[in-house]
Design a binder for this molecule. Structure first.
Ligand code: PHE
Length: 340
């Protein structure tokens, strides 16, 4: 029995496996029902009691050695398979899921690149602002409803409360404080309003606002800038119309619609049968705003405009529900993989 154990141990070190089946064959030959090691265990039952201790130990270590050998053969087979694969240059690669740009980023970059051609630079400012930069410097009367708790998330109260900005016009104020005249600036960023979340409204959204201050800036310049923007954004045949409106910081003020390029003005459910889609608010900077920011309104004039990025993206890609932008559902995001 001793000889047999020694013989099997010696043979074990010589064993090699080319494939999975070789390992399985070896296992059956050694540990299977009629295997060499199994047979030895059967023989072990018949030996003299005083020899049991010695042979018991030898048999157990033989069994462990066989098990170790099987594991070792299996590991080296797997390693060599991996190794072979990494050198097989003809094998197709694994598909890697790449991320894509968010539709809000794509739209923001497109708006910015259009206005950059007209000489605008980009300015950013804080999302947590004070009352002066969001309302005071923009000619909001103290009792204006936009300052109301209904619309604004206030962080502190007092003479100049701290709040979350409700529009990026605050960055226009900061630009007027810092920049030399003439000013041509675009202010993209996140804004916050205390509104219930639905398919058409959200308490967080994104804007791009613009400001141009120079000598002799007129309403005709504003109209031309918006028309050129609309054509670049929505297509060469896009028309615009302006409707009188009111903002505390512009006078006169207007809301701008673009012709619906889905029904070509005939009326559809996107434009609710009107043939027009509202895209932005704008106007001539109120002289009070220029003066509040240290600009002589007798020498300088300017225009400003502001648009919601979500809304522009909705119109461009017919996104029906604003909440899609915030939920990060990859099925929605993948739709924009090929846009840029
Ligand atoms: N600040 C306005 C808003 O958030 C948009 C606007 C900007 C209107 C500039 C006119 C001029 O709704």
């Amino acid at each position: 029995m001793n000889d047999k154990i020694e013989q099997l141990l010696a043979a074990l070190s010589e064993m090699k496996a080319q494939k999975e089946q070789d390992i399985e064959d070896l296992r059956v030959r050694m540990l299977g029902k009629k295997g060499e090691v199994t047979k030895l265990f059967e023989e072990f039952r018949t030996i003299l009691p005083e020899q049991k201790k010695e042979f018991g130990q030898k048999l157990n270590s033989l069994k462990n050695a066989v098990q170790d050998k099987l594991d070792q053969l299996r590991d080296s087979l797997e390693d060599s398979e991996d190794g072979a694969a990494s050198f097989d240059l003809t094998k197709p690669g694994d598909k890697m899921d790449l991320g894509s740009r968010h539709p809000i980023s794509i739209t923001r970059e497109e708006i910015i690149s259009i206005f950059k051609k007209f000489g605008y630079t980009v300015a950013e400012g804080p999302e947590i602002e004070d009352d002066w930069h969001v309302f005071g410097a923009l000619n909001f009367p103290p009792e204006h409803p936009a300052r109301d708790m209904q619309d604004t998330f206030f962080i502190s109260t007092g003479d100049n409360p701290i709040l979350l900005r409700t529009h990026t016009s605050s960055v226009q104020v900061r630009s007027m404080e810092k920049m030399d005249l003439p000013i041509r600036v675009l202010c993209p960023g996140r804004v916050f309003r205390n509104e219930a979340i639905s398919a058409r409204a959200h308490c967080i959204f994104h804007q791009v606002e613009g400001l141009y201050v120079d000598k002799n800036v007129s309403f005709a310049d504003l109209k031309q800038a918006i028309l050129l923007f609309a054509k670049e954004m929505f297509g060469e045949h896009t028309q615009i119309r302006m409707r009188p409106s009111y903002f505390p910081f512009t006078e006169p003020s207007a809301e701008v619609d673009v012709s619906c390029n889905i029904c070509k003005g005939k009326g559809c459910n996107i434009c609710k049968g009107t043939g027009w889609l509202e895209i932005l608010g704008c106007g001539m900077v109120d002289p009070n705003v220029l003066e509040a920011n240290g600009i002589d309104s007798k020498v300088y004039s300017g225009f400003a405009f502001g648009m919601g990025i979500e809304r522009i993206a909705m119109l461009k890609w017919q996104v029906k529900d604003l909440r899609n932008y915030f939920e990060n559902d990859v099925r929605f995001l993948k739709e924009f993989e090929t846009v840029i």
